[in-house]
Structure formats: C-alpha cells, structure tokens
Design a protein around this ligand. Sequence first.
Ligand code: NHR
Ligand code: GAR
Length: 220
Amino acid sequence: MSETKPCRVVVLISGGGTNLQALIDAQQAGQLPVEIAAVISNRPDVKGLQRATSAGIPADVLDHTAFASREDFDRALTTLIDSHSPDLLVLAGFMRILTAEFTGHYLGRMLNIHPSLLPKYQGLHTHQRAIDAGDSCHGVTVHFVTAELDGGPAVVQAKVGIKAGDTAETLAQRVQQQEHIIYPLAVNWFANGSLHMQDGKSILNGELLPPSGHLIDCTG
Ligand code: NHR
Ligand code: GAR
C-alpha cells in the first residue's frame, strides 16, 4: 500500500474492544499504515463502540437479534461493511459464527484473533479448557478466517506459560497482553503487502509460514 492510500480496515467487535484499542493506538503512533474506516458491533452499548467514537472512527451497531436467521444477518452485515470499501476485515472479539457465504466473500482479506494455540481449543472458553487439561502453556493465534471455525491458516502465534494457581481470568490477562502486540503486527504485515493467503496457506514475505504461523515464545 502506498502512503497516500493506506489500507482501509473495518473492525468487527462484540465487546470491550481492547484489541481494537491496540490497533487504534498503533495507528495513532504512526506504527500502522491503515485507515480504520469503521467499527461495527453486533451488540449495542459495548465499550468498544465508545473507543471508536473517541478516536473519531464511525461506529455502527447491527444487532443480530433483529434478524430471523444467520443468513439474513450476514447479508445485512456484508452490505454495511462493503459500504466502507475495506481492503481488510478484522474480527476483534467478534462472537458470532459467520456463514460460508460471508467468509467466501472476504476470503484472504479477513483476520481473526483467537485465544488459544490453534489447532488446540477451537470455539469458546479456551482459557478454562487449557487449565482443566493441565497444559503447561497456552496462548493466542491470529489467523485468516475461512468457513471452518477457527480453522483458517495461522499467521502469528504467541505462546504464554500457565502458572500454578492461574485462573481463567489471570491467564486471560497475560494472553491479552500478547494479543495487543501480535494483532497490530499481523495487521501491519497485511497493510504493507508482506502477508497474504494463497491456496489456503499464509505467506509472509514470499515464504510459506509453518502451521503455527510466525511463533513468538513468551514462556521463558
Ligand atoms: N466464522 C467462521 N466461519 N470462521 C471462523 O474462523 C470464525 C467465525 C466467526 C467468529 C471468532 C471465533 C473465535 O475466535 C470467529 C471465527 C464465536 C463463536 C461462537 O460459538 C465461536 C468462535 C468464534 C466466535 N459463537 C456463538 C454463536 O452461536 C455465540 C456466542 C456468544 O454470542 O457469546 O455464534 O473464537
Ligand atoms: C480477546 O481475548 C479475544 O481473543 C477473544 O475475546 C477477547 C476480546 O477482547 N476472542 C474470542 O474469544 C473469539 N471467540 P476485546 O473485546 O477486549 O478485544
């Protein structure tokens, strides 16, 4: 992307928006060559919407409970997103499963951050599941989104140690510190043209990434 035409990003949220805030902060610090064109939440009155408004970013709500089916919601969401002409769609704590029609439309230009070392612990309640399994490490993965839930190719993964006495809350806190580092990193790679998806795989600087994506080990 040239400096005169930064990568246009639309961010989807459902809640607090700390990952959104990390992207806003990196952009405002001149470390992320993007324009956050809009923030869209499927839930009204969440803190992430205030974060967007405070940063001067258009914020919209599309309440999924107002739609009869997932298909109807996803079609309305697509129309709203595309009215902002994004180059990249970023899921940041977005909590609705998306239809294959939706993921197909944004294939290769949609990223998600998932709080586990994928392919471990797809779906919900990942921190508790890692603790219950007696794992010694846990972490977070940024991946391209495909129709398969949390199954798209990984871009970057940060590994975090699980400590004796960790609860889902204390562990989530340490994982989230890493989220706020690796999400701006991955978005930056996409925005500057270093990262793309090809044949269902993640390519960084012309090289095929390993199944974990680029690995950052914080367990030491
Ligand atoms: N959709 C597809 N097709 N593929 C992915 O990889 C997706 C996706 C939608 C969301 C984020 C994901 C995560 O990082 C994500 C990845 C929500 C659920 C879920 O079960 C699962 C995974 C993710 C997000 N949602 C419930 C549902 O019925 C609702 C839960 C709630 O509202 O609290 O949609 O973990
Ligand atoms: C983050 O920890 C993210 O990894 C997780 O929700 C949190 C959102 O926080 N995502 C999922 O669990 C997706 N199912 P935020 O709203 O403060 O960015």
